[in-house]
Write a protein that binds this ligand. Structure first.
Ligand SMILES: [Zn+2]
Ligand SMILES: [Zn+2]
Length: 421
């Protein structure tokens, strides 16, 4: 994959859109940090943000390259507490930004990236990230995923100007973080199908070029599963490039369609209900990989029986949403009332297009294929069933969709295939 080619965008895409990307540099591979002096030449007052683990992994080396330009070094979570991207962590970084600060340099993975992305956006400062783990596809994305008021909220921000990852650093990341990045990519087989479905049934914008780009990226990562689990430097770099490429794909289309569908909605459900009820949940990408199996099972079920419209019982739906989302239920209900999809009847369209729908559903790997893709990197699907149990997974299938305003197979399933219980 040629990431640098992606950075220059696509000016005359078949979809009619001009695809652009605001990232200036992506450097992934051996000795990637050597690029720092050159790309930081115009900055004199850099704020470096890391946590104690990521500082050891790559922060020290970055500091050595830029000693005279770094005017503050902020190491979060150094008292051993778990770092979460919340108000407290944001305030700590905000208070380290001075009038002189001209660049924020984050060193870390998901949490550090989201925090630095947000604070740099608020202060209208450029931002670079030195990645320490190939753990998720948010490095290049526009939004910052934060936990505010106890809820997961994606704030509109800006991608970093540079993404740097030394293969020696990322291949030595904790294995579960590598598995999470792999799971996040494997999930693209699932969300790409939802994108096609939404284009067919809801006339959503669709770009075949970005679709192919993302699909090929997922296929490449899938072919490297064994090497990834062996921490092979080149394979881990390819995984990291894939994660960045998917972020660029989102920037190209202006939303997260190429990267997030039903499998992400399930993963968000487990995370949000986990936060609400103080229950355990898997790291994002691991949840995504496992949820892709569950979504594949739903597709298989839909392919095996004919669609029959189910009645919508609003009273029952309201009580279920209140049961599941407790303190957050009002927001979920308001979102769906504004969206109005429960009041719509698309049964004529679904019936007329059923053969085309089936073709789309069939393109996705089967549940057993997903299970073996995951097992190649040491992820056992039984761990997912064991952690969440049948009831929680069944609830997720019916009600995860209500967290979003996005059409996926979860809507198709709820409207035409759900089993009443
Ligand atoms: Zn396009
Ligand atoms: Zn993801």
């Amino acid at each position: 994959m040629n990431i640098n080619k992606l950075l220059s965008g696509i000016s005359d895409c078949v979809c009619g859109k001009k695809h652009t990307c605001t990232i200036d540099y992506v450097e992934i591979g051996e000795g990637a940090l050597n690029i720092l002096p050159e790309i930081c030449r115009d900055y004199k007052h850099i704020l470096l943000v890391a946590d104690c683990n990521t500082y050891k992994a790559a922060g020290e080396a970055a500091y050595a390259h830029l000693t005279d330009k770094i005017n503050k070094k902020l190491i979060l979570g150094d008292k051993g507490e778990l770092l979460i991207p919340d108000e407290k962590a944001l305030d700590t970084i905000r208070s380290s930004v001075s009038d002189e600060t001209d660049l924020i340099l984050g060193v870390g993975s998901g949490v550090i990236n989201d925090l630095c992305k947000e604070v740099s956006f608020e202060n209208n400062l450029p931002y670079y990230i030195i990645a320490t783990a190939p753990s998720m596809d948010g490095y290049a994305s526009v939004g910052s995923a934060l936990i505010l008021g106890g809820m997961k909220i994606t704030m509109n921000a800006r991608p970093p100007k540079a993404i740097i990852a030394d293969s020696e650093v990322i291949r030595n990341a904790p294995m579960d973080m590598i598995r999470a990045g792999y799971g996040d990519i494997i999930g693209k087989f699932s969300c790409l199908s939802d994108w096609k479905l939404a284009a067919l049934l809801r006339n959503e914008y669709f770009c075949p070029t970005v679709y192919e780009l993302t699909l090929n990226t997922a296929k490449e990562v899938r072919s490297l599963a064994n090497k990834i689990s062996e921490r092979d430097g080149e394979a881990i770099s390819a995984l990291m490039e894939a994660l960045v490429a998917v972020g660029i794909a989102m920037a190209y289309v202006g939303n997260s369609r190429p990267a997030s569908g039903c499998e992400h909605h399930l993963s968000h459900y487990f995370e949000i209900t986990g936060i609400l009820n103080s229950e355990d949940y898997f790291a994002h990408g691991i949840d995504v990989g496992f949820s892709a199996v569950k979504c594949a099972q739903i597709r298989e079920k839909m392919l095996s029986i004919a669609p029959v419209k189910r009645d919508f019982d609003k009273e029952k739906w309201l009580s279920e949403i209140k049961r599941i989302y407790s303190t957050s239920a009002d927001g979920v209900i308001a979102l769906q009332e504004q969206l109005g999809w429960y009041e719509e009847d698309d049964s004529d369209t679904v019936a007329a297009k059923w053969n085309e729908i089936c073709e789309i559903l069939k393109e996705v790997p089967t549940a057993s294929e997903f299970i073996s893709m995951l097992s190649e990197v040491g992820l056992n699907y039984s761990d997912f069933e064991e952690l969440y149990g049948k009831k929680k997974v069944d609830d997720a299938i019916l009600y995860a969709k209500d967290l979003k305003d996005r059409y996926t197979i979860l809507w198709l399933y709820y409207t035409y295939f759900r089993e009443e219980h």
